[in-house]
Design a protein around this ligand. Structure first.
Ligand code: CO8
Length: 257
C-alpha cells in the first residue's frame, strides 16, 4: 500500500511510518490524517507486526496542523464537520506506537506525538503548543495529554506563552521517555520497537490498555482493571509457554494465543 503523505515500511515485526510532506514541515492536513488512519489500521490488523514507529524528518516531526488548510474555515465548517475528530481513531490503535521525534513537534505535531504510547526524542527535538499565537488553542488533545504528562504548571506555561521546550527539558519533565543523538533516532526507536514486537502479543496489548486506564479511572478501579487483565492472561497459551521458558532457561516461543 502506498500513501500520498506517508512512507511505510516493515522492518521485521516493526512498521515504520514516516510523515512525508517535507515542503510543509509535515504539517498535518486532512490527507495526512486519512493516510495515518489507514496505515495504523493496516498495522493493527497485521499479525506479523507487533509495534509501530511514527517519525518525521530530521527538521520536523510535524510543525502542526496545516494552517493554510484551516485559515479559511468557519465555526460551522470546524464544529459541523467535527474537524480532526478522526484522530480518535489514531489513539484507538491497540498495538503500541512509539513516536520518534526529531526537530519541530509543534501544535498538532506535539499532540500527535503525545497520542503515541511514548516518545523517543532526538537531541534536536523542540516541542511546543504555539496555537495561542494564532489566536486559537490546542485542539487535538494537547492541553489534556500534556497536563497529564508534565503537570499543570509547565502545561500552562507552554500553552499560554507558546514557547518551545527542548529535548533535555522534555525528558526532565517526563514528556519524553528517552533522548538520543538525532542521527541514531530512527535506529534507536526501531530497536525499542523490535524489543516490544518480540514480546507475547496478548500481554503487550494488556500493558497498553492498563497503562492507558491509569488516565481514565480512579487508582482503585485501575488496580482492579490491571489485576483482571493479569488474571485473564492465565487463560493464554503464551503465559504457560512464558513461564515454562523461564524455568527451562530458554526464550519464549509466542503464538499470540
Ligand atoms: N501549516 C502549514 N504550513 C506550514 C506549517 C503549518 N503548521 N508549518 C510550516 N509550514 C510551511 C511554511 O508555510 C513554509 O511553506 P512555504 O515555503 O510555502 O512558505 C514551509 O512549511 C517551511 O516553513 P518555514 O519557512 O516557516 O520554516 P522555518 O524553518 O523558517 O520555521 C517553524 C519553522 C518555526 C516550525 C515555522 O514554520 C512555524 O512557526 N510553523 C508553524 C508552527 C505552528 O504554529 N504550529 C501550530 C499550528 S496550529 C495547530 O497545530 C492546531 C492543532 C489543533 C487542530 C485541532 C483541530 C480540531
Amino acid at each position: 500500500m502506498t500513501y500520498e503523505t506517508l512512507l511505510v515500511e516493515q522492518r521485521g515485526g516493526v512498521t515504520l511510518i514516516t510523515l512525508n510532506r517535507p515542503q510543509a514541515l509535515n504539517a498535518l492536513n486532512s490527507q495526512v490524517l486519512a493516510d495515518l488512519i489507514s496505515a495504523l489500521a493496516a498495522f493493527d490488523a497485521d499479525p506479523s507486526q507487533g509495534c509501530a514507529v511514527l517519525t518525521g524528518s530530521e527538521k520536523a516531526f510535524a510543525a502542526g496542523a496545516d494552517i493554510k488548510e484551516m485559515a479559511s474555515q468557519s465555526f460551522a465548517d470546524m464544529y459541523g464537520g467535527n474537524f480532526f475528530a478522526g484522530y480518535d481513531r489514531v489513539t484507538a490503535t491497540r498495538k503500541p506506537v512509539i513516536a520518534a521525534v526529531a526537530g519541530y513537534a509543534l501544535g498538532g505535531g506535539c499532540e500527535l506525538a503525545m497520542m503515541c504510547d511514548f516518545i523517543i526524542a532526538g537531541d534536536n527535538a523542540k516541542f511546543g503548543q504555539p496555537e495561542i499565537k494564532l489566536a486559537v488553542t490546542p485542539g487535538m488533545g494537547g492541553s489534556q495529554r500534556m497536563a497529564r504528562a508534565i503537570g499543570k504548571a509547565k502545561t500552562m506555561d507552554m500553552c499560554l506563552t507558546g514557547r518551545m521546550m527542548d529535548a533535555t527539558e522534555a525528558e526532565q519533565s517526563g514528556l519524553v521517555a528517552r533522548v538520543v543523538p538525532v542521527a541514531d533516532l530512527v535506529e534507536e526507536a526501531v530497536k525499542a520497537a523490535t524489543t516490544i514486537a518480540g514480546m507475547a502479543p496478548l500481554a503487550t496489548l494488556a500493558v497498553k490498555e492498563m497503562v492507558n486506564a491509569a488516565f481514565e479511572t480512579t487508582l482503585q478501579q485501575g488496580v482492579v482493571f490491571e489485576r483482571r487483565l493479569f488474571h485473564g492472561l492465565f487463560g493464554s497459551e503464551d503465559q504457560t509457554e512464558g513461564m515454562a521458558a523461564f524455568v527451562e532457561k530458554r526464550p519464549g516461543n509466542w503464538t499470540g494465543r
